[in-house]
Design a protein around this ligand. Structure first.
Ligand code: MLT
Length: 407
């Protein structure tokens, strides 16, 4: 008899954003023609930058000609893209990352989900609360989380992110092995300073732990003093893997391209305490399980680093950040304490009521979709996340409607 992986039975019944889509579809079914404004899932709404589109077209044409056609690419990604990333995203920030330490993939979601496969079943995992659900759910699937009571798994070390700590947890007193951090943060929009990040790097070095650093929203950082990569912190290349994405940076959510940095000196240990390079393990995993990202998509991503691409990406992000600023100030005007939106496309709003009730109220009365904070964890109770990914016009309309509902 074929048996299932029973760890899947320990998951919440549906993935957060699938549950929101389900509620939205049900609402649309009973309110045909309602004009709904989506500020829920962080999905971009503006087209790809012109430079990316031009490079994309050119690469498709190359695939159509015998002399320039390409079959399988390198599993780790084309060197032309990895070299640009190493130069512009790392060396320009003083971070000593080599093109060989970069792995191109189809998304930070898949990479942050898959990376846990290379660690032992019994590592102690620390996960912020609230959190992007992928980190937690994939550890539940792998059987590391234990059982759920009152919204929490017994074997997970939760790092509470609350107004009291500015939504930035400090390292725990005890031992944890694998720490997920995300800055600018999804969902709270909070940012981490170099000093606070250095505390985590120091913790990881002292405890032979590893930080999985999700920097998918790095492009939204406005404050020049904030770290754009964990490798700006001394010693981080020994204890941190970093995830980045072109999704939110350059509008690639539907095009799919991201990358993960696994420095060669990044180390973990076997049961005899012998050190192993994680770079080798990740290379082994990726070359076994994937064949990379398509050539035209990698050429489109490369164009992000041209002078035109950089200017166009900046314009794209500036537009979303104007929305973010408007959302945040409007929520505060309505008397709802908010964070985020200054170096992040997400605004984390304290609603003063149950977060699913607030979600339902906005959907029913304002026809606006947000994301209930509770879907990101117990500390998200009473909050909602509002995303700045939409047109200026829709954001203004959504704020008008929310104002009418709340005042
Ligand atoms: C979000 O809304 O949190 C993100 O869009 C999810 C993702 O990037 O997968």
């Amino acid at each position: 008899m074929i048996r299932i992986n029973e760890n899947f039975l320990k998951l919440r019944p549906s993935y957060l954003f699938s549950e929101i889509s389900r509620r939205l579809a049900a609402f649309q079914d009973s309110h045909k023609g309602a004009s709904i404004i989506r500020l829920g899932i962080g999905d971009v709404t503006r087209p790809l930058p012109r430079a990316c589109i031009d490079a994309f077209h050119k690469a498709v044409d190359e695939m159509a000609r015998q002399d320039t056609f390409r079959g399988y690419g390198p599993e780790q990604g084309y060197l032309f893209l990895r070299e640009k990333i190493a130069e512009f995203d790392y060396r320009s920030r003083g971070a000593d990352i080599d093109a060989d330490e970069i792995f191109i993939s189809d998304g930070a979601k898949s990479d942050t989900a898959n990376i846990q496969e290379i660690f032992s079943q019994d590592v102690r995992v620390a996960i912020p609360d609230p959190v992007y659900p992928v980190y937690l759910d994939t550890n539940v699937m792998a059987g590391r989380a234990g059982d759920m009571t009152d919204g929490r798994y017994s074997n997970i070390a939760y790092l509470d992110a609350t107004p009291d700590n500015g939504f930035v947890p400090t390292p725990p007193d005890g031992q944890v092995d694998l720490v997920y951090l995300c800055y600018p943060n999804n969902p709270t929009g909070a940012v981490i300073t170099k000093e606070r990040l250095a505390q985590w790097v120091d913790y990881a070095r002292r405890n032979k732990a590893l930080i999985l650093y999700d920097a998918a929203y790095e492009a939204f950082i406005r404050d020049d003093d904030l770290p754009r990569t964990i490798y700006e912190i001394e010693g981080a290349t020994e204890v941190a893997i970093e995830f980045r994405s072109f999704s939110k940076t350059a509008g690639f959510t539907g095009t799919r391209c991201a990358f993960t940095v696994v420095p060669k000196e990044c180390t973990a240990y076997d049961s005899a305490l012998r050190p192993h390079s994680l770079h080798g393990l990740w290379m082994r995993r990726q070359s076994t399980k994937m064949n990379g990202v398509s050539y035209p998509v990698q050429r489109a991503a490369e164009a992000v680093y041209t002078p035109e691409g950089r200017a166009q990406v900046k314009e794209l992000i500036d537009g979303y950040m104007e929305n973010a600023s408007l959302i945040r100030s409007s929520m505060e005007d309505l008397g709802l304490p908010s964070t985020g939106g200054e170096n992040s496309p997400y605004i984390w709003v304290e609603t003063g009521m149950d977060s699913w009730d607030f979600f339902d109220m906005l959907l029913e009365k304002a026809h606006v979709v947000c994301t209930p904070g509770e879907g990101f964890g117990r500390c998200g109770r009473g909050f909602v996340r509002i995303s700045a990914f939409n047109s200026r016009q829709n954001v203004e309309l959504a704020i008008d409607r929310i104002r009418k509902v709340l005042s």
